[in-house]
Design a protein around this ligand. Structure first.
Ligand code: NAD
Ligand code: UPG
Length: 660
C-alpha cells in the first residue's frame, strides 16, 4: 500500500522561520542557540534551558497549588482511564471528563463503563462515587485488591507514595469525596478549568489529500476551536492526543484567532499507555513527557502540569522538552515499537522457510541488552488504533518534508505487518486442502490484543473477512472480553451485515468458547489471551517475550470488597446494557452477553474438551505463538504456528518450501 503523495504540504510543515518568529513565543520552538527555527530534535532535558529534575521539583513546589480544576475532552480509551488515575492521586483536584457522545457519558456514569481495562472499575468507583469513612483497609491491600497499591488512608488522602512500595494498612475515619465527573457540557467544563487536556481521536484520514496516511485532525481541530472560545484566560491547554509534529502551532494560531491578546500556554503531553494495561501503565508510568515553549511562562505551565503527575510519579521520570520534540517523540516511540514487531515477523517467514524457531531466535537476539527482549513476539502482526496510524503519520510527515527515503523506510513496517496477517489465512487454506466449503472455522480472540475490548484495527477482523471470501459454512467467533453484541456489531460494520448468520451469512458470535469450537474443522488463535494458553501457568504473560501484565487486578465482587464505597448510581429502567444482560437472545449470536466484566474468570480453556468436540484432524492454527505445541500434540491436535517449525505441514515439507 503506497499512500497518496500529498499535493499540498502539512498545514504545519511549510511555515518558515519568519512565520515562527511572528508567533507568540509561548509556542515558538527554540534551538539550543536560542534562535527560532524548525528543530524537532529531542534534546536532553537540562540542555538548552529546559527544566532539569531539580529545577522541575522547585518549579513544581512553586506552582503546584494553582491546579484545582482539570477538564479532559474525550472520554475514550485515553481520556477515561487517564482522568480516573489523575483524580485518584489528586483528591484536591476536580477532574471533569467531557465528551460529545451522550451514550459514552451515560455509560461512564453507570455500572457499565464503555471500556474494559483491568483495575479501572475499582478506581472509577473510588473517584466517581466516593467512599464513606468506616471500612478497614484489608481488602484494598490484599493481593489482587486494587493491585495492592492503595491503603485506605491513601484512598482518603490521595497520598499514595511511590506506587506499589508504599503500603500502610490502616483504618480510615476520613470519607473520600468524589472528584471525577463525566458530562457533555463542554463549554462549562472548559471555562472552569485551569488545565484542559485534549484527548480526542486522531485517526488516519480516509479521504482527500493524504488519505491513508495523514492524520485526520477534524476532531482535534473542532475541539481546539471550542477550547479557544471558552477557556479562561491563563488556562493551560494540553495536547494529550497523538498529533502531527508542529500541531502546537495550529493550537496557538486558533487561540490567537478566537481570543486575540489573551494569554494561554500550550503544552504537549502525549500518552504512552497501552490497551489492556492502561491502569498499570498510568500508575507506574516509566516516563511522563511534557513539551513546552522555552520561555518562563512555558516552563511555569510545564511545572504546573508536572505537579499533577508528581502526586504519584517520581520527578526523575518527568521529561521536559520543546513542544515539537514532544509531539514527534510520541510518533517515533510507536513507530519503533511497530518496527520491532515487523522485524521479528519478517524473520518468522524466514524461520518457516528454514526450520529455525522464531521464539528461539527472539530469545537469543533479545538477550543482548542493546536490543532487549520486549516486543519481539512474532505472529499475525500488530493491531490497534495507534501503531499503524502513527507509523503512517510519520510516513506522511517525511513525504511532506520531501524525505522520500525516510517515508519508504517506515512504510515498509506497515507493509510487513499486512504480510504477517495474510500468512495465517494462507496457512488455514493449506491445512484444509485449499477449500473452506461446507467447513466450520473458529476464530478465538476478537480484540486486537489481550485484556481489552478494543477491536480497532484488530487482525481478527481482517482474518474473518478473508475467511468469509472462501465461502465456509460457519465462522465461529469467540472473545473472552468482547461481548457477542459488540462483535456482531463490529463485524457487521466492517465486513458487511450480510456475513452474519442472522442475515444468511456464515459468521456466528459466541459467548462460550466450547460452543464456538464444537464441530470445528480448524481453530485459529488470533489474540494472545492467557485463557487460550496451555503452557505452565506461571509463564503466562512472560513466555515468548510478551509483556507480563502486572496489573492483574482481581475485582471480582469488587463492591463487596470495597465495602465503604458509596453506591453505584442506579441505571434508568430502559438502560440498554441492563437489558442486554437480561436478554439471552442477541441477533446473530448463540445467546448470552459475553464476558466483558472487570472481574472475569480468567480460567484457561480445557483443550482436551475442545479436542473431543472438534472434527478430525483437529487443526489448531496459533497466530500468536502462545501454545505449547508439544503439549497440544500430546492431546492429539495438529498445530501450526507462525515461525515455529514443529507444525505438521512443516514436518512433511522440505526446508525452503515456505507456507506462503
Ligand atoms: N487508545 C490508546 O491506547 C491510546 C494510547 C495513547 C495515545 N492515544 C491517542 O489518544 C487520542 C485518543 O485516543 P482514544 O483511543 O482515547 O480515542 P477514542 O476514540 O476512544 O476517544 C476519543 C473520544 O473523543 C470524543 N470526541 C471526538 N470529538 C469530540 C468533540 N468535538 N467534543 C467532545 N468529544 C469529542 C469521542 O466521542 C470519543 O469518545 C488519540 O490521539 C490516540 O492516538 C491512544
Ligand atoms: O511483541 C509483540 C507485542 C505486541 N504485538 C501486537 O501489537 C499490537 C499492539 O500492542 P501494544 O503496543 O502492546 O498495544 P497498544 O495499545 O497498541 O499500545 C501502543 O500504542 C499506544 C497508543 O499510542 C501507545 O501509547 C503504547 O505505548 C503502544 O505500545 C497488538 O495487536 C499486539 O498483539 C505483537 O504482535 N508482538
Amino acid at each position: 500500500m503506497i499512500p497518496q503523495t500529498p499535493t499540498t504540504p502539512l498545514p504545519f510543515s511549510a511555515i518558515d522561520a519568519e512565520d515562527i518568529a511572528a508567533l507568540d513565543d509561548s509556542t515558538a520552538p527554540t534551538t539550543p542557540d536560542g534562535s527560532s527555527s524548525f528543530s524537532p530534535n529531542l534534546r536532553p532535558q537540562d540542555d538548552a534551558g529546559y527544566l532539569n529534575v531539580s529545577s522541575l521539583s522547585t518549579a513544581i513546589a512553586a506552582t503546584a497549588p494553582t491546579v484545582r480544576n482539570i477538564c479532559c475532552i474525550g472520554a475514550g480509551f485515553v481520556g477515561g482511564p487517564t482522568a480516573a488515575v489523575i483524580a485518584l492521586h489528586n483528591p484536591h483536584i476536580r477532574v471533569t471528563v467531557v465528551d460529545k457522545d451522550e451514550n459514552r457519558i451515560r455509560r461512564w456514569n453507570s455500572k457499565h463503563p464503555p471500556i474494559y481495562e483491568p483495575g479501572l472499575h475499582d478506581i472509577l468507583r473510588i473517584v466517581r462515587d466516593g467512599s464513606g469513612p468506616s471500612a478497614t483497609n484489608d481488602e484494598l491491600t490484599k493481593p489482587g485488591g486494587l493491585d495492592g497499591v492503595f491503603p485506605r488512608e491513601a484512598v482518603s488522602s490521595g497520598n499514595y507514595g511511590e506506587g506499589r512500595h508504599a503500603r500502610v494498612q490502616t483504618k480510615s475515619d476520613v470519607a473520600r469525596q468524589p472528584n471525577l465527573v463525566f458530562t457533555t457540557d463542554l463549554a462549562k467544563c472548559v471555562s472552569e478549568a485551569d488545565v484542559i487536556l485534549i484527548a480526542v481521536n486522531t485517526p488516519t484520514k480516509t479521504r482527500g489529500n493524504g488519505a491513508g496516511s495523514a492524520t485526520d485532525m477534524a476532531a482535534f481541530e473542532a475541539v481546539t476551536a471550542l477550547v479557544a472560545r471558552h477557556a479562561s484566560p491563563g488556562a493551560i491547554i494540553v495536547e494529550k492526543s497523538t498529533v502531527p509534529c508542529r500541531t502546537a502551532q495550529l493550537v496557538q494560531s486558533m487561540l490567537a484567532l478566537y481570543r486575540p491578546g489573551v494569554q494561554f500556554q500550550v503544552l504537549s503531553n502525549p500518552e504512552f499507555l497501552a490497551a489492556g494495561t492502561a491502569i498499570n501503565d498510568l500508575l507506574h508510568a516509566d516516563r511522563i513527557l511534557i513539551g513546552s515553549s522555552n520561555t518562563a511562562a512555558g516552563h511555569k505551565a510545564a511545572a504546573a502540569l508536572a505537579s499533577v503527575y508528581a502526586s504519584w510519579i517520581p520527578p526523575a521520570r518527568i521529561i521536559t522538552t520543546n513542544l515539537f520534540s514532544s509531539e514527534l517523540a510520541k510518533l517515533v516511540a510507536n513507530s519503533m515499537l511497530a518496527q520491532r514487531i515487523s522485524s521479528i515477523n519478517s524473520i518468522a517467514a524466514v524461520c518457516d522457510a528454514t526450520g529455525a524457531d522464531v521464539d528461539e531466535v527472539a530469545r537469543a537476539v533479545g538477550a543482548d541488552p542493546r536490543i532487549g527482549g520486549k516486543f519481539l513476539k512474532a505472529g499475525i502482526g500488530f493491531g490497534g488504533s495507534c501503531l499503524k496510524k502513527d507509523v503512517l503519520s510519520l510516513v506522511y510527515l517525511a513525504e511532506t518534508l520531501v524525505l522520500p527515503e525516510v517515508a519508504r523506510y517506515w512504510l515498509a513496517v506497515v507493509e510487513m505487518n499486512e504480510f504477517a496477517r495474510s500468512r495465517l489465512v494462507s496457512r488455514v487454506l493449506r491445512c484444509l486442502n485449499n477449500t473452506l466449503a461446507g467447513k466450520k472455522v473458529t476464530v478465538l480472540g476478537f480484540a486486537f490484543k489481550k485484556d481489552t475490548n478494543d477491536t480497532r484495527e484488530s487482525p481478527a477482523l481482517d482474518i474473518i473477512r478473508a475467511l468469509e471470501k472462501e465461502g465456509p459454512d460457519t465462522i465461529a467467533v469467540y472473545d473472552p472480553v468482547c461481548t457477542p453484541t459488540q462483535m456482531a456489531e463490529q463485524i457487521g460494520r466492517f465486513a458487511g451485515s450480510h456475513v452474519l448468520r442472522a442475515n444468511g451469512g456464515p459468521v456466528v458470535v459466541h459467548s462460550d468458547v466450547y460452543s464456538a469450537c464444537q464441530g470445528s474443522d480448524a481453530v485459529l488463535i488470533t489474540t494472545e489471551f492467557d485463557e487460550f494458553k496451555n503452557g505452565p501457568v506461571e509463564a503466562d504473560g512472560v513466555a515468548g517475550g510478551l509483556e507480563a501484565n502486572p496489573s492483574q487486578i482481581s475485582t471480582s465482587d469488587a463492591d463487596d470488597h470495597l465495602s465503604s464505597l458509596n453506591p453505584v448510581p442506579p441505571c434508568d429502567e430502559d438502560c440498554p446494557e441492563c437489558q442486554a444482560e437480561d436478554s439471552s437472545a442477541v441477533t446473530g449470536t448463540d445467546g448470552g452477553v459475553g464476558n466483558g466484566a472487570d472481574g472475569r474468570d480468567k480460567a484457561r480453556v480445557d483443550w482436551t474438551r475442545i479436542y473431543y468436540d472438534m472434527k478430525q484432524p483437529h487443526w489448531i492454527l496459533d497466530g500468536r505463538g502462545i501454545l505449547d505445541i508439544a503439549r497440544m500434540e500430546k492431546i492429539g491436535f495438529r498445530v501450526e504456528s507462525i515461525g515455529r517449525p514443529s507444525g505438521q505441514l512443516a514436518k512433511s515439507s522440505p526446508p525452503g518450501n515456505s507456507w506462503c
